[in-house]
Write a protein that binds this ligand. Structure first.
Ligand code: P6P
Length: 332
């Protein structure tokens, strides 16, 4: 689509999904409507972030801890409630599973079997909010299977191939939404003057190799020797450069667009690492693989991991094929 053509400006997210599905059946309409609600959540969060410094009671901590034992920031709570409120009356999803909630939130009136579940991290990297650096929302959509009468949501404990759609919203200098429904990866920029996410790039392909390695080297002494050998290797080669923002979505977006590898390995005391599977590494693995990259725990593809519990963590190595293979060659 030519730059700044009227046609480009009219390629909104919902239109793009229907084009992608090349199908205007009920299911396609539902998926398009769900993505539209996610886009609405992104607009509301983006607006709040842009005013965070100007509004009382937005920055800083609530004083509570979330189920992960992490101190909760006011923006975490606000963003989580935004996702719940935009889906409550939608009739589109029956459950919302979030990093911020111990158990999924059920929307009882929407719960016929086969309805969708939204898994999301409402604001990832929220420690960046107070210093005006990028943060992101991460989401995945799965279909409910079975009746889940006891609220244990066991049908969510399946591998990432069960994801129907996944993506993220990056709140940076511009707000960018990146999604896949298994037919390539596409990006949309929020045009504040239109209040719409407008198509920016279709079928994004991650380069086969990139110069960036993105990892928190502060954990160097806690890693296995194989990871330390990998980092010593890239230190010795001038062709590599380190980039790490401390916010997953921005770090992954850089790797998607420019190539390279993002790592959050396990450590000796936390072999599963820090990142959660169902609403962080699995959605991002879907995106990276759809863009032609690789996503591994170091032992297996992230999309093959079957979680034992909703908030399970996995080690994560995501990025360009050559760079992920290089990391894996040290592990093996
Ligand atoms: P560390 C933010 O808290 C987060 O969940 C991700 O956004 C980010 O990639 C990671 O943790 C940063 O963790 O241990 O490097 O500060």
């Amino acid at each position: 689509i030519p730059e700044h053509s009227l046609d480009r400006d009219c390629t909104t997210l919902s239109r793009h999904i229907l084009q992608q599905l090349n199908d205007f059946s009920g299911d396609a309409q539902d998926l398009s409507a769900i993505m539209n609600r996610i886009a609405l959540a992104g607009k509301l969060i983006s607006r709040r972030l842009s005013r965070a410094g100007l509004m009382a009671n937005v920055l800083g901590f609530t004083g509570e801890d979330n189920i992960q034992g992490e101190s909760v920031k006011k923006m975490d709570v606000y963003a989580n409630e935004v996702f719940i409120s935009v889906f409550k009356q939608s009739g589109l999803v029956c459950r919302l599973a979030s990093e911020e909630m111990e158990k999924p939130y059920y929307i009882p009136e929407n719960c016929p079997i086969g309805r969708y579940t939204l898994l999301y991290d409402p604001i990832d990297g929220s420690s960046n909010v107070d210093i005006n650096l990028n943060v992101g929302s991460i989401f995945a959509i799965r279909q409910q299977e079975g009746d889940d009468l006891d609220g244990e949501a066991r049908d969510l404990l399946q591998n990432g191939h069960k994801q129907v759609a996944a993506g993220y919203i990056l709140y940076g200098p511009a707000t960018v939404l990146v999604y896949t429904i298994g037919k390539g990866v596409h990006s949309f920029f929020l045009d504040p003057s239109l209040g719409e996410f407008i198509l920016a790039e279709e079928n994004i392909k991650i380069p086969n190799h990139g110069s960036v390695y993105s990892v928190n080297e502060g954990n160097f002494c806690k890693w296995d020797d194989s990871l330390r050998d990998y980092v010593r290797y890239v230190h010795r080669h001038d062709s590599y450069t380190g980039r790490y923002s401390g916010a997953l979505v921005g770090d992954i977006h850089r790797i998607l667009m420019q190539g390279g590898v993002f790592l959050y390995p396990g450590t000796k005391d936390k072999p599963e690492g820090k990142l959660r599977l169902l609403y962080e590494t699995a959605p991002l693995a879907f995106i990276i693989e759809q863009a032609g990259g690789k996503a591994s725990t170091g032992k297996e593809d992230i999309l093959d991991v079957i979680p034992q519990k909703i908030h399970q963590r996995t080690p994560a190595i995501l990025g360009s094929c050559e760079d992920v293979d290089l990391v894996k060659s040290f592990i093996q």
